[in-house]
Structure formats: C-alpha cells, structure tokens
Write a protein that binds this ligand. Structure first.
Ligand code: AMP
Length: 131
C-alpha cells in the first residue's frame, strides 16, 4: 500500500481538503506556497497516464472543484496544476495557488507551516468545496 493510499484510507494523518468515493485531496506536507494541495485517486496507480480515460476525466473535474475552493480561500492570480510523480509512486496532481510563474518552480525552497495553520487552511478549503 502506498503512503498516499494509507492517507486516503485514514491510516496516516493528513490535512484533508476534499474527498469523494473515488478521489482524495490533502495539503502537501512541504508546500511550495500556502494552499499547495495534492489530488489523488483512491485506486493505487503509480503513473497518472496509466489511469483510464474515464478516471482521468473524473479526476480532472474533481481537481477543478478543489481548485475553485482553493482560490476562494488563498488569494492568488490563478491555481496552477502540475504532475511530477517522481517522489511518491501514487498518481497525484499538484494544485498550487500562484502569484507568479515563480510559484510553480519545484526547485524553490519549501515552506514549513505550523500544524494549526495547515489545519485552518484545509478546513477552509473543505468548507468551500462542500459549499
Ligand atoms: P512528486 O512525487 O515529485 O510529485 O512529489 C510528491 C509530493 O508529495 C511532494 O511535494 C511531497 O512534499 C508530498 N508528500 C510526501 N509525503 C507526504 C505526506 N505524508 N503528506 C502530504 N504530502 C506529502
């Protein structure tokens, strides 16, 4: 079981931003910016492009709903989307609130936010997602 499967199953704690029966969204533990969120399928697949066409379409729609919620909570120009998957072998989309192109540079130093702030951000996104 991948670390992200354990997170989606609630076996490892996470800052949950949104979920349904097929997908789970949670804050990146080492965010590039406040509100940096990961979207995963509950089905464990390493490479995102090994998901079926239908899963990819549903995942993108789910990610769009999460991105809209993020944008209501985190002031930003747009929410950017990226897929890397070089570290964790469980398909995931990065949603990153951007002020500028620089915010999408994965070589940037990562933030370390207090857990209370991470929880508050996740709670606010979840509230908007469910609105
Ligand atoms: P990549 O696989 O290259 O897309 O990067 C994996 C991302 O997952 C990184 O941005 C990590 O900070 C993030 N990450 C790894 N473990 C956790 C975790 N337990 N909770 C939240 N985010 C994580």
């Amino acid at each position: 079981m991948s670390i992200f499967s354990k997170i989606a199953a609630g076996e490892i704690p996470s800052y949950c931003c949104a979920s349904n029966e097929e997908f789970y969204a949670f804050l990146d533990i080492n965010p590039m910016v406040k509100g940096h969120t990961l979207v995963i399928p509950r089905r464990e697949v390493d490479y995102i492009f090994d998901l079926t066409d239908e899963e990819l379409a549903r995942m993108q729609v789910f990610a769009a709903h999460v991105a809209r919620a993020i944008k209501k909570v985190i002031p930003c120009v747009k929410v950017g989307e990226a897929v890397l998957g070089l570290e964790v072998p469980h398909a995931h989309i990065h949603l990153i609130p951007m002020q500028s192109e620089r915010d999408m540079l994965f070589s940037n130093p990562k933030l370390s936010l207090p857990s209370e702030e991470m929880q508050a951000i996740a709670d606010a996104i979840r509230k908007e997602f469910n609105a």
